[in-house]
Design a protein around this ligand. Structure first.
Ligand code: NIG
Ligand code: FE
Length: 421
């Protein structure tokens, strides 16, 4: 809780505002185009929350008699709700640039994994790294994503691949939750890959996830969600169903890695088990779109991984035109998307996936907030929501933001009512 107040005046445009009583949990289809922007506006923050906003003509607060009120003049600048990054693996040890070069020589992501690299390489590194060191490395990544305007982030385990190391990762995420100004949600991803010692005995590894890891993770309240990498070469639909059924008994809601490598059936499993989101989605055809329509699953595309691995672009335009909501997150991880820059995701949404800037902003704010179960408090500018906002550098228009890719357009970041950058 923060008792001081911040008044941001003369805002060129307050982006993603929602009027009292109109708060939506997500935006779908055509609705994604309509982004409400209040021009020449003010925003008042009190006790860590958005307390008021409106037109400057109606701003009754006098900056000279504000008392303890911090006043920021945002002439020529926009105020956005912070990005919500609903899919990351940002607790990891070291980096994997050697495999990056292997890929340039022509090896595929799956081939590297089959040789014992990839996720298994990160698992070995993580095993040899202390919790303190993992925390420090992750903290530096959190500081960096804040500087790009992220205000909430989901972080997965999944580089442990044995009970002790999965719990170690989740403890690190727990520590970050306690110390970071970011809103953080933790996801248990024990079924990220089959460790080498279980090769040829995949079902036994799934048994371990279900019988040993899940009870400990949920018993100690260490995860908000459960995830499975349901894809060709990783976990089958059957494995996924077994894990999700067990997880639901522990009260864990699923978020699924699906259809990145093939039409894996992962999307249909996500729908059947009422997952909060199905993520990646490069292999999404008409059957998958039909399955998603009318479900509560947030289709979440991860442009960083598609860009980095040279995957086909998921059919985002077709999905939105069919009436679906779409979210876009960074997938920040050492193997397929070593960047947590949501400004790059915003630009790629427009450049490669042909989303309009307004759709791309919804995809990276309110819809990703939904995909991490926090859209009642995050993802838009609405009275009572947590004051996670950023002020841009001076900009000619909102469209300039995704258009001018590659530079940091964020100047000031407020998280929980505190200026953190
Ligand atoms: O979301 N697809 C599976 N898992 C991660 C990659 C993890 C890694 O390569 O370290 C992803 O892309
Ligand atoms: Fe991922």
């Amino acid at each position: 809780m923060n008792s001081s107040r911040i008044l941001i005046r003369n805002v060129k445009g307050l982006v993603g505002v929602e009027m009292p009583g109109k708060n939506r949990e997500k935006v779908s289809g055509k609705e994604m185009r309509d982004l409400d922007v209040l021009e020449q506006a003010f925003l008042l923050i009190a006790d860590g929350e958005i307390a008021d906003f409106g037109s400057m003509d109606d701003c009754l607060f006098n900056p000279d008699t504000g008392g303890d009120m911090q006043v920021i003049d945002a002439a020529g600048k926009y105020v956005f709700p912070c990005w919500c990054d609903s899919h990351t693996h940002l607790v990891y040890a070291g980096s994997r640039e050697k495999e990056f070069v292997d890929k340039i020589y022509g090896l595929s992501y799956e081939e590297i994994f089959q040789r014992g690299g990839g996720i298994l390489n990160s698992a070995r590194l993580l095993h040899d790294t202390s919790e303190d060191e993992l925390c420090q490395q992750a903290q530096a990544r959190l500081d960096e994503i804040i500087s790009f305007g992220t205000g909430a982030v989901e972080i997965k385990s999944g580089y442990g691949l044995n009970t002790a190391d999965e719990l170690k990762m989740l403890r690190v995420i727990q520590r970050l939750k306690e110390t970071s100004p970011l809103t953080i949600r933790a996801t248990f991803l024990g079924a990220h890959a089959v460790p080498l010692e279980y090769r040829g005995r995949q079902t036994e590894y799934v048994d371990l996830v279900i019988n040993e890891m899940l009870p400990m993770v949920s018993g100690e309240g260490m995860a908000d969600f459960v995830d499975v990498f349901c894809d060709k070469g990783f976990f089958t639909v059957e494995d996924t169903e077994r894990i999700l059924t067990a997880a639901s008994r522990c009260g864990l809601v699923p978020k699924i890695h699906a259809n990145e490598m093939d039409y894996s059936g992962g999307i249909q499993v996500a729908v059947k088990h009422k997952a909060l989101s199905a993520d990646h989605l490069e292999y999404t055809g008409d059957a998958e779109i039909q399955a998603l329509l009318g479900s509560s699953v947030m289709p979440t595309i991860l442009p960083g991984a598609a860009f980095f691995l040279g995957l086909p672009w998921a059919p985002a335009r077709k999905m939105i035109d069919a009436g679906l909501p779409v979210a876009m997150a960074s997938d920040y991880n050492p193997g397929s998307s070593p960047s947590g820059n949501m400004q790059f995701i915003l630009s790629t949404a427009c450049i490669r996936y042909k989303l309009l800037p307004s759709e791309a902003i919804h995809a990276t704010t309110l819809n990703t907030a939904y995909a991490m179960g926090i859209s009642h408090t995050h993802g838009s500018i609405a009275i009572g929501k947590r004051a996670n906002i950023f002020i841009t550098k001076p900009m000619p228009s909102i469209e300039f933001f995704p258009y001018s890719f590659g530079t940091n357009k964020v100047e000031t970041v407020v998280l929980g009512g505190r200026v953190v950058r």
